[in-house]
Write a protein that binds this ligand. Structure first.
Ligand code: ATP
Ligand code: MG
Length: 527
């Protein structure tokens, strides 16, 4: 190997070292790295017997990543040989003459000299370059120097490779975490344009990431005031502050609403400028709804208390006023005082309305617990239809009855079920006031223990935004003095007592269909 000492060869080696360093630092797999290394290596060093050992952290052993010495070997760190010693002690071991060596034997059959250079960087040994020869004292000082330089390069490349792998798997792990976690995540740039979202954010907003990227995050917020409030926290984010517990109502793509509790954080650049805004949110729509229902229930209880005391105060004087007015009206009529008759009729009309309001309030606040028995739904309906007939004559409305045959009896209170029917019919008739058309009353057994009563009208329909409010007490779209807004609240009250359900389908300009499901009575002793 004397020829390696001449100048030209040295330059050549340095070139190869430089090239090799570059090449192995950009390889994507361990196999490619070792392959590139050994190919380049063999171009400058004509060694015939070489093994590249790699240390496996998990198994605590050394395996051959490359070998031109026959045999399949795996070395345990408990073994005693030249390779394990070099790796454990992290030092180059050179045996110029195995025949004079007491401790170590060659791996190569008839090998006379050998060298093992650990591949170590930052005190961590990742393997070794192991070369043997059939010649004595084969490795000059110069060669050993070169080999050390190359081993260093390979060790650094191995370290980088492992670091890169660690970073990559950490990144994959984080990516998966961000994607799959059930928190809504938005990453925005310093002015609030969305840069990245996760699956949950897509699911909750109903927008795809393509639709979201580049748009302003605040645009998802339903109310303009809240938007401004959120914009106002940006200065705090600029200081890198974390702002938690911000409740936001998000407008979804399909026009729905979702309540999300957000935490905001500002990510600063090294220069201290705001780089990204991170918003992590939790869907609290359900909690919010329950909260609102609770408030509603409280409101109802309060209304109930107020109403019952007022009704007491109102009822008696009202009855008095209307009976006196009636007497006076009859008298005036018989005396031919037309003007007085008209005035008295106005009084009577208004007292009637007040009586109806008091009646409705009474029904609304009346405590439940009325007896439930077996009711023939069709009979109850037939009876109640007669009561609404006078109301129909006003308009051009006709009723179509599609009452199911052999319905099982329902479990209920007849008066109350008729009240439900009347309230629903009254709504349907009002909705058709200015129209011609039919109201269809359907009853049927729905085969899961329920009997359905469906009232379908061809009236005005209910606007989407009103639909969720129609059961609220005092919600009405009727002109002042016409509706109390209690009809459906009463219906709902009664249905709760009956363990019944209600569903409303409506289309503006087409009509409304209200479906009430009443539980059937138990089997024995029907009818
Ligand atoms: N069949 C229907 N068609 C169209 N709108 C309806 C129908 N049923 C209910 N609504 C809407 O729901 C609102 C609330 O109904 P609810 O019966 O509770 O009160 P109301 O009818 O306004 O008053 P009241 O029942 O005291 O006459 C109505 O004002 C109306 O806007
Ligand atoms: Mg009504």
């Amino acid at each position: 190997m004397e020829e390696l000492n001449d100048r030209e060869k040295r330059v050549d080696i340095l070139n190869v070292v430089a090239e090799l360093t570059r090449e192995i630092s950009i390889t994507d797999s361990l196999e490619n790295m070792i392959h590139t290394f050994t190919t380049r290596f063999s171009e400058v060093f004509p060694f015939k017997h070489i093994i590249i050992w790699l240390f496996n952290d998990e198994l605590n052993n050394l395996t051959q990543a490359y070998s031109t010495i026959p045999g399949d070997r795996t070395l345990s760190l408990d073994d005693d040989n030249i390779v394990v010693s070099a790796v454990k002690e992290n030092r180059t071991i050179y045996i110029p003459d195995f025949s004079k060596e007491r401790r170590f034997t060659p791996f190569l059959e008839g090998g006379l000299s050998g060298i093992v250079i650990p591949l170590s960087s930052f005190e961590k040994v990742r393997g070794a370059i192991h070369i043997e020869s059939h010649a004595r004292e084969y490795f000059s000082e110069n060669i050993i120097l070169y080999l050390n330089v190359l081993a260093n390069q390979l060790a650094v490349a191995l370290r980088n490779y492992h670091l890169f792998n660690r970073v990559q798997s950490l990144k994959n792990y984080l990516d998966t975490l961000i994607e799959k976690v059930n928190a809504i995540m938005f990453v925005m740039d310093s002015v609030g344009r969305i840069k990245r979202v996760n699956e949950a954010a897509e699911k909750y907003t109903e927008y795809s990431r393509e639709e979201l990227y580049g748009t302003l995050g605040v645009n998802l917020i339903a109310s303009p005031e809240k938007r401004r409030a959120i914009m106002a926290i940006i200065p705090s984010l600029r200081k890198g502050e974390f702002i938690s517990g911000v409740e936001v109502e998000i407008a979804t793509k399909s026009g729905g609403r979702r309540f999300v509790l957000f935490n905001f954080g500002g990510i600063l650049e090294s220069a201290g400028r705001l780089k990204e805004i991170i918003a992590i949110g939790q869907d609290i729509t359900r909690t919010k709804e329950t909260e609102m229902q609770l408030m509603q229930a409280e409101k109802l209880a309060l209304i109930g208390q107020i109403a019952s005391s007022i009704i007491h105060e109102i009822n008696n004087p009202l009855a008095l006023i209307s009976s006196y007015a009636e007497v006076m009206c009859m008298k005036a009529e018989s005396e031919g005082r037309t003007e007085d008759v008209n005035k008295l009729k106005v009084i009577l009309k208004n007292t009637d309305r007040l009586t109806k309001l008091a009646q409705n309030l009474m029904n609304f606040v009346r405590p439940g617990g009325s007896e439930l028995s077996k009711i023939n739904l069709n009979e109850a309906i037939e009876e109640a239809v007669k009561w609404v007939e006078p109301m129909l004559r006003k308009g051009n409305i006709h009723i179509v009855k599609e009452l199911g045959e052999n319905l099982p009896p329902v479990k209920g209170n007849k008066t109350e079920i008729q009240q439900i029917f009347l309230n629903l019919m009254s709504n349907a008739i009002h909705a058709m006031e200015k129209k011609t058309g039919k109201i269809t009353i359907t009853t049927e057994y729905v085969n899961n223990g329920y009997v359905a009563m469906v009232i379908t009208d061809e009236g005005t329909g209910i606007k989407q935004q009103d639909l969720k409010r129609i059961f609220e007490p005092f919600f009405t779209t009727k002109p002042a003095g016409k509706g109390t807004g209690l009809g459906l609240s009463i219906v709902q009250r009664i249905l709760e007592r009956h363990n019944a359900r209600i569903a409303v389908k409506s289309k503006v300009g087409v009509g409304t269909s209200v479906r009430v499901l009443l539980p059937r009575a138990e089997e024995e002793g029907i009818r």
